[in-house]
Design a protein around this ligand. Sequence first.
Ligand code: AHM
Ligand code: MG
Length: 353
Amino acid sequence: MASNPSRISLTRYLVEQQRNSAHGDDDTRGLIPAQLRLLLEVVARACKGISQAVNKGALGGILGSAESENVQGEVQKKLDIIANEVLIEANEWGGNLAAMASEEMDTIHLIPGRYPQGEYLLLFDPLDGSSNIDVNVSIGTIFSVLKKPEDHPGVHEGDFLQAGTQQVAAGYCLYGPQTTLVLTVGAGVAMFTLDREQGSFVLTQEDVQIPADTKEFAINMSNMRHWDAPVKRYIDECLAGKDGPRGKDFNMRWIASMVSDVHRILTRGGIFMYPWDKREPHKAGKLRLMYEANPMSWLIEQAGGASTDGRQRILDIQPSQLHQRVAVVLGSKNEVERVTQYHREAQAPAANA
Ligand code: AHM
Ligand code: MG
């Protein structure tokens, strides 16, 4: 089959981003050096490998539990471990990275001395939505890229503890009915669909924009009795529908794969919440800041949405731990601002107190 000259592959998209940077715009965010381009191509290649494993399912022996636990005490699935290994093996030898960190590894993974060391740090949740693996529901890989600080030789865990604003690339790969790679390097959000016959990701949407308003929310409603008052207030108002204070009916979706829920929001708007709750009050939330909330927050902001922990912008949070958790409220801007405002009002002292 003749190739379509108007098709833009991920490689071409990244080369063009790199060329823009060579033209010397002062604002270098979103414009990528060669090493970052190569690194992103390797991540995409690893995602293709994971996609193949996901597609094989039971035929590939990848379903079920690995009968081990990660550092967060969660039972690992076979596919969590396979995806982690695929990402490490693909990224170890390219010379683009100084180290990697993953949801599935207690500490950082240094690049072995036999390979050249690069300038970047890669963080990932290799298989997000693990509870959906065995039931054939969409799952994904989330990644975030940081620059290694240049002020000292070697690399240690503290080098990863940078606020989300410092990310130089972020994205996810969704393994659903289609395999879709979604990427930002700070110049908007681009979506690429995997063409399995050609074996390449093809640009299928650029300049993704999220509508500021929505009638669709995503939250695990079974936790309602554990929520804090501002979250309960927001959802109660949505549930009241057009006779309530919002004056419109809302729809609910909860896929239990953050990648899929965020993908829907990037596609047609909505709000996603995984708030703090009273089940484990010492935990800030369920989701992890460095390799779940930060990359997703940057994508959402790049598409014109907003992302907070209910109180502050997630991208401004200075991390203190690699596997730190955070409450997440992200999506259509006006809805996220409303939830954040409800938290502020709950904190403010009563006017006449
Ligand atoms: P995981 O990284 O172990 O898969 O956990 C993260 C997932 C998110 O993808 C999703 O939003 C959430 O956990 C689902 O939680 P719940 O089981 O409460 O529905
Ligand atoms: Mg996850």
